[in-house]
Design a binder for this molecule. Structure first.
Ligand code: NAD
Ligand code: MG
Length: 390
């Protein structure tokens, strides 16, 4: 039996992971499940999967969780430290699907115990790519990408020599506002931004898809994970979201990964790696689909892509600043304090202010330093947001 833990079990990725694991109950021994406010879901899944422990991020919900688990023999805990501690519980395979920078510390603990880390939490590589990869190397742990684009690149690279790779192309649907007149973006509502044309995902990543902050994060992740130069990474708008990525080789060949927009593919690939096993995803009928479209991304519409390039050029802790500022800007948009295009402005202003402080950006990358930079960037982004909103 493989021991598995799922961090962010109640979210979109977490629930898709549980869907796969619950189909083969005899194959998995579930160690820890974590969530936040959705206590009923967390407790139901912990009971159904026979987990050892369930943890909520919310200290104020511990009693509710205890009540919901009464009589099950499943332990309950709460808070960020408890989540981090749960990642030290021995497991063979750990899903990192918490949303936001909160996913970083448990991911590092999982790597320290030498587990295979299925990495959906994109903030980990954006904020602390070097630290993640170094920790994995030191402790003999594997990181398997769970984002559809990175899983696609990973699969297209099997058996290939990295020296022959010229470029990596990750696709983007273009999100909710792909075809909107540019001047209308300032009036975009939360509801409009929270509707993805192709994927069913958590609210934050859905809004990030409309602004392409999601793609900007993925570009940075691609650089960190595959070790290519920024100029080798391209973004291609592909409205159908069926080609997830392409790898271009030095003989002109492009290896594309095509599949339905269903995260259970990337999750299942990471779950069964290095083998392929049948997955309950749609089989594409390409004749019926008929055609695929491609467009160059417009940086006036999606300034986040330009900011990603700045971050990669700057290096150091710029990724942590970028992510923290993006999280605050997104909070501001969700709360109705910022207009849609103002999110990118807040991130750009924050980067500008903190990039000037080389002592901050170029400190050694440790978990503590990342947390420190994250904190400062959030403060700055909040101040900048206030100014932009006012
Ligand atoms: P989601 O919002 O649906 O779920 C997030 C999970 O994290 C929930 O279990 C929630 O309880 C938990 N959580 C929230 N705040 C927390 C905190 N402060 N501390 C601990 N736990 C907390 O998000 P999602 O769409 O499943 O995305 C999860 C991660 O995977 C994100 O980093 C996202 O960018 C990435 N990702 C998601 C998709 C997708 O299709 N949904 C695809 C690729 C990558
Ligand atoms: Mg993706």
């Amino acid at each position: 039996m493989r021991r598995v833990s799922i961090f962010g079990a109640t979210g979109s990725i977490g629930q898709n992971t549980i869907d796969l694991i619950a189909r083969a109950p005899d194959a998995y021994d579930v160690v820890a499940l974590t969530g936040a406010g959705n206590i009923a879901q967390l407790a139901d899944d912990a009971r159904r999967l026979g987990a050892d422990i369930a943890i909520t991020a919310r200290d104020d919900r511990l009693e509710d969780l205890r009540d919901a688990l009464k009589g099950s023999g499943i332990a309950a805990a709460a808070g960020a430290d408890a989540i981090r501690e749960a990642a030290t519980r021995p497991a063979d395979w750990i899903m990192s699907a918490i949303v936001g920078a909160a996913g970083l510390a448990p991911g590092i603990e999982a790597l320290k115990q030498g587990a295979t880390l299925a990495l959906a939490n994109k903030e980990s590589l954006v904020c602390a790519g070097k630290l993640m990869l170094e920790t994995a190397r030191t402790h003999g742990a594997a990181i398997l990408p769970v984002d559809s684009e990175h899983s696609a690149v990973f699969q297209a690279l099997i058996g290939e020599d990295m020296a022959a790779v010229e470029r990596i192309i990750i696709t983007a649907s273009g999100g909710a506002f792909r075809d909107w007149p540019l001047e209308d973006l300032a009036e975009a509502t939360l509801e409009q931004a929270s509707n993805h044309p192709n994927w069913d995902m958590g609210q934050r990543i859905t809004i990030d898809s409309a602004s392409m902050f999601n793609k900007a994060m993925e570009v940075i992740e691609t650089r960190e994970f595959f070790g290519v130069y920024p100029k080798q990474i391209e973004v291609l708008v592909h409205p159908q979201s069926m080609i997830h990525a392409l790898v271009g080789f030095n003989d002109g060949a492009l290896m594309a990964h095509i599949g339905p927009p269903d995260m259970r593919h990337a999750i299942g690939y990471a779950l069964h790696h290095p083998h392929r096993k049948p997955l309950p995803v749609e089989r594409l009928d390409l004749a019926k689909i008929g055609s695929f479209e491609f467009r160059a991304p417009d940086e006036a519409r999606w300034p986040a892509l330009r900011l990603a390039r700045d971050v990669m050029e700057r290096g150091g802790m710029a990724g942590a600043v970028f992510n923290a500022a993006k999280e605050i800007a997104l909070d501001g948009f969700i709360a109705g304090q910022l207009r849609f295009p103002q999110m990118a402005q807040v991130v750009e202003d924050t980067l500008e202010q903190l990039n000037a402080d080389a002592g901050l950006i170029d400190v050694t990358m440790t978990l503590d330093n990342v947390a420190h930079v994250d904190h400062l960037a959030r403060q700055t982004a909040k101040a900048v947001s206030k100014k932009r909103a006012g």
